[in-house]
Design a binder for this molecule. Structure first.
Ligand code: GDP
Ligand code: MN
Length: 389
């Protein structure tokens, strides 16, 4: 079979090289920016809006929807609106879309979360973070304010775009039949998702889904014996920690529901979902919601600290062909300690911490210190992206 690299080269190219004149008069896509945030994150939100407005939305005027499990206060709402001329809506998340579903035993779930805190699993002991991850995995696209939209672009507080985005990525994705776009792929912390792959792979097997190539991006090749022969995959059952309320009506779990294939394991790769341009109608599809429901009912959002990033990624791996994925290699983007800067080609210039991008087999930059950032920010404009500044 062709390697991921060959497939992605064949199907996925940068949409536009360099800067173009923004097509301000062209029709827009049915698309929206989505920002989940709390009032206390206002400064970070303002930074993010300033950045996306300056580098993209001052030409394109896509609307924003802000979501919160609590109420946004008037300072938040007024301040946000000062930084964009685009339409802005604020939504409250319904209690049933945030927090514990009624089939979960809350005290058992809380106990499990506390245990993850004791084990110093990143965000593992933080109940609200578990809620957030589940919301972004299986709930956000159902919000009433998003029903009218087909596409979304996720923004977070404290992000920075540093290249001008002079074309409309939604329109380009639509023209190219893309469903999901990313700009950074990284490895997840294994202890946050020890059993996520068993479920994703069980979903794939139980539904007789054959890989369309993307799945392989997430699979650790099985270890081989001394003769270089991989172990024959065999089903391996798994009994999860039980946080479900006993359901008297429930039938006995079908045997082997959560089996995974011995030898197939998750390589921890995922699209970093704090940036995402994707089709909302894909998330709303029966296939995606079935996938989410199965993952959800395993209890892994509580017994482990599954992020929405590996959930989205593994869902894409199960359900989408490689050709539906777009790598926005031309977007300069940074969130906290990780960035992708296309025009500056930093990994070739200095010995730096880097990692292998599984989509392209390119080595990519992992920022550890701010001064690297400063250095590369002023580099030349010879990459695929528009001006970096
Ligand atoms: P990190 O990027 O993984 O470190 O996580 P963040 O703290 O940035 O959270 C991811 C996103 O969810 C951001 O947009 C946050 O504003 C948002 N978020 C996280 N927790 C909550 C919460 O309890 N309530 C609300 N409304 N938003 C949250
Ligand atoms: Mn964040």
């Amino acid at each position: 079979p062709p390697s991921i690299r060959k497939i992605s080269e064949r199907h996925d190219k940068v949409f536009v090289t360099g800067c173009v004149e923004p097509a301000v008069e062209k029709p827009r896509a049915n698309a929206v920016f989505v920002v989940l945030a709390r009032n206390k994150e206002l400064d970070g939100v303002v930074q993010s809006i300033k950045s996306i407005e300056r580098h993209f939305n001052r030409w394109f005027h896509y609307p924003y929807v802000f979501l919160n499990d609590g109420e946004f206060n008037s300072t938040f709402k007024e301040t946000v609106q000062n930084y964009t001329s685009a339409p802005v809506e604020f939504g409250k998340i319904k209690p049933e879309d945030w927090g514990y579903p009624d089939w979960v035993d809350k005290s058992a779930a809380r106990e499990s979360i506390a245990k993850q805190g004791d084990q110093a699993i990143m965000y593992g002991g933080m109940e609200s973070y578990h809620h957030m991850c589940r919301f972004y995995s299986g709930m956000f696209y159902k919000h009433e304010l998003l029903q009218k939209y087909k596409w979304y672009w996720r923004l977070e507080p404290d992000i920075k775009y540093f290249c001008d985005i002079t074309y409309d990525p939604f329109i380009k994705m639509e023209e190219a039949n893309k469903i999901y776009g990313f700009t950074i792929a990284v490895k997840e912390l294994r202890e946050t998702v020890p059993n996520i792959f068993r479920y994703a792979s069980a979903y794939k097997r139980l539904n007789n889904i054959t890989s369309q190539g993307l799945w392989e991006m997430f699979v650790q090749k099985p270890a081989t014996d001394e003769f270089g022969v991989a172990a024959e995959p065999k089903p391996r059952p798994w009994v999860p920690e039980n946080i479900m309320k006993p359901d008297p009506k429930a039938e006995e779990e079908p045997e082997g529901n959560t089996e995974t294939m011995e030898g197939e394991d998750y390589n921890m790769c995922h699209f970093w979902s704090n940036f995402e341009i994707a089709r909302l109608d894909w998330f709303r599809s029966k296939e995606y919601t079935d996938f989410f429901d199965m993952m959800d009912h395993s209890g892994g959002f509580w017994t482990e600290r599954w992020g929405d990033a590996p959930i989205h990624s593994l869902a894409a791996g199960v359900l989408l062909p490689v050709s539906a994925i777009h790598y926005f290699r031309d977007f300069g983007y940074r969130h906290t300690t990780i960035q992708h800067c296309p025009a500056n080609a930093p990994s070739r210039q200095l010995p730096r911490p880097r990692y292998l991008d599984p989509m392209t087999q390119n080595t990519r930059l992992r920022i550890e210190e701010d001064h690297y950032w400063e250095m590369y920010d002023r580099e030349k404009e010879n990459g695929v992206g528009c001006r970096c500044r």
